[in-house]
Ligand binder design. Sequence first.
Ligand SMILES: NC(=O)C1=CN([C@@H]2O[C@H](COP(=O)(O)OP(=O)(O)OC[C@H]3O[C@@H](n4cnc5c(N)ncnc54)[C@H](O)[C@@H]3O)[C@@H](O)[C@H]2O)C=CC1
Ligand SMILES: O=C1O[C@H](COP(=O)(O)O)[C@@H](O)[C@H](O)[C@H]1O
Length: 247
Amino acid sequence: MVQSVLLTGAAGRVGEAILADLADVHEWRLLDRDPPTGEQPGEFVVADITDEEAVREAMDGIDVVIHLAGDPRPEAPWDSVLTNNIDGTQTVFEAAVDAGVETVVFASSNHAVGAYETDERTPEMYRADDDYLLDGTELPRPGNLYGVSKAAGESLGRYYHDEYGLSVACVRIGNLTEGHPPIDYERGQAMWLSYHDCAHLFDRCIRADYGYEIVYGISDNDRKYYSIDRAREVLGYEPQDNSAEHD
Ligand SMILES: NC(=O)C1=CN([C@@H]2O[C@H](COP(=O)(O)OP(=O)(O)OC[C@H]3O[C@@H](n4cnc5c(N)ncnc54)[C@H](O)[C@@H]3O)[C@@H](O)[C@H]2O)C=CC1
Ligand SMILES: O=C1O[C@H](COP(=O)(O)O)[C@@H](O)[C@H](O)[C@H]1O
């Protein structure tokens, strides 16, 4: 079924991957603080997600929000993640509930759980013959303030689901790289998410029925320390790519 989708952070890399495959599949309203370049598949709202009035206006008539906008830098300072990632995300959830939106899909990150990668476990856990696996039920364990902001976004989603019945999927995205997995980077190969699998995963988040979910967003890599079982079971995610096929 075609859904009316608001995509925040639409001008970025994850937005590009999603729209590359899904531009004609749903009805899009795009939002970013950076103006668009080139032709767009829908109305483009130039706004900052901390601008409550603009975000409320952008929610009008929307079924699903994919919330990508934020500071994506693992080394981002506190003032930026506080404003863009935590305050901005709260503004998006609050406006979504008030507008009667059914589902919000939140771009969380591997960095929400980065501190599980201890000196004792690495680099072995990045390899195909190691069986260490995180499945999304573990507590957040951020390794930087950016990761803290993503854990906060997951908690905001939990609150808006429990309090208001909003359907929320938090996708702990791995390493999105176009065309091939990261080169000479074992960790990045273990958490590679191809552009096609990224678009497919977010399409499943738009279409599936769920309450509150945390899933990992990686391709079906032989090397992996994030389980994709939950994404398969609840969302119907069927990834096609595997970083091992690019060795
Ligand atoms: N690319 C990756 O491998 C991963 C990305 N993520 C998350 O996915 C989301 C998108 O990441 P990317 O596309 O890689 O980053 P990006 O930097 O390419 O795109 C982010 C977009 O959000 C916009 N934006 C930032 N702050 C904003 C604000 N306050 N108001 C309105 N627009 C704002 C930027 O202008 C930019 O177009 C981020 O939340 C990031 O944390 C998570 C894990 C991995
Ligand atoms: O959350 C994110 O994670 C990816 C992968 O992390 P890295 O530490 O292996 O680079 C990162 O590339 C991306 O910018 C970030 O938003």
